[in-house]
Design a protein around this ligand. Structure first.
Ligand code: GRG
Length: 303
């Protein structure tokens, strides 16, 4: 498989129309800023709205497309995943973790508000995510819906994203092997991306075991590819383009794919993961088009 050179216009229209509808939906799902406690609600909205590529929601929509899922249902799981993602960014930026001042091109939540508010924003976004999954019907089968909730809980907890973050925090200044780095990123970044894909698909009619395994392999590959590309961008792109502090990994002495493998080998790794992701989708044919395009998007992204 050769490396895609650009994203088709049809995909760009699909992505931007989903992004803009999704933005409207988030506006409504988040507590309104005039409802008490106003400051917390304003800070939640500040941290979620007006920014972000919405990669995870787009993956959920693309996976929903694969199975012809109800778009309202997919939009709820997409929102839940994005709220978890936003919570993780708010907490990650705090002084006790990554200590950053810029996110999505604006001051981080604890800088704009304060540490205690940022902590509560993360907590409240996480709770809201699960509230959404329980108050909306996502599947005709209640047992399946419970399994979906468990999937997101596992992906975001200590066996998923939060666990990956714990490893990340202890890795600063330490030499990790490539398999150790992969283990960390499969959890920290990959678990939520994988969950977005599976949850989007589970809003439709049940997939067989083999199909689910193929989709899971796709999710795992794009999740890791996303991180490898992130490492490359951190080393090559500038702060204005990224909307977050560039070059931070090297400055903090954090192990990355670039520090371990070098830029060229990291790019090659991303290309290989991209190919494997497409291979996993091959049997699905045309219905998997958006998922293929999302893999291209993840590989080609510039911020
Ligand atoms: C605090 C429990 C907890 C977890 C934090 C995801 C994470 C774990 C920290 C973020 C640190 C980071 C920069 C990871 C690299 C990959 C990544 C998740 C980048 C940010 O995601 P994007 O690029 O961000 O999708 P936008 O702003 O576009 O939504």
């Amino acid at each position: 498989m050769t490396r895609p050179k650009m994203l088709g216009i049809d995909f760009q229209i699909w992505a931007s129309s989903h992004q803009s509808r999704f933005e409207d939906q988030l506006q409504q799902l988040l507590p309104q800023p005039d409802i008490a406690p106003q400051r917390l609600h304003a800070a939640m909205r500040y941290s979620v709205l007006d920014g972000g590529k919405r990669v995870r929601p787009l993956l959920a929509f693309a996976a929903g497309d694969l199975v012809g899922a109800d778009s309202m249902r997919v939009s709820i799981v997409a929102a839940a995943v994005e709220l978890i993602h936003a919570y993780s960014l708010v907490h990650d930026d705090m002084p006790c973790m990554d200590n950053d001042v810029l996110r999505r091109g604006k001051p981080t939540c604890h800088v704009e508000y304060d540490d205690a508010t940022a902590l509560l924003v993360g907590d409240s976004l996480q709770s809201l995510a699960f509230q959404l999954l329980t108050e909306h019907q996502l599947s005709n089968d209640a047992v399946q819906q419970l399994a979906m909730i468990k999937l997101l809980a596992t992906a975001s907890g200590s066996r998923g994203m939060a666990g990956g973050q714990a490893i990340d925090l202890t890795s600063v200044g330490n030499q990790l092997s490539v398999p150790e780095l992969e283990f960390m990123h499969i959890h920290k970044t990959g678990a939520l991306i994988r969950a977005a894909v599976l949850l989007g698909a589970q809003c439709g009619s049940a997939l067989g075991e083999v199909e689910l395994a193929r989709l899971d392999r796709y999710g795992k590959c794009v999740g890791l590819a996303f991180q490898v590309v992130d490492d490359v961008l951190d080393s090559e792109a500038d702060t204005v383009t990224l909307g977050k502090t560039a070059g931070k990994d090297a400055k903090q002495d954090k192990p990355t794919y670039v520090t371990l493998l070098g830029v060229q080998a990291a790019k090659q790794m991303a290309a290989e993961l991209h190919s494997e992701a497409l291979e996993a989708l091959a049997e699905f044919g045309e219905p998997a088009r958006r998922l293929c395009e999302m893999a291209n998007f993840i590989l080609l992204r510039k911020f």
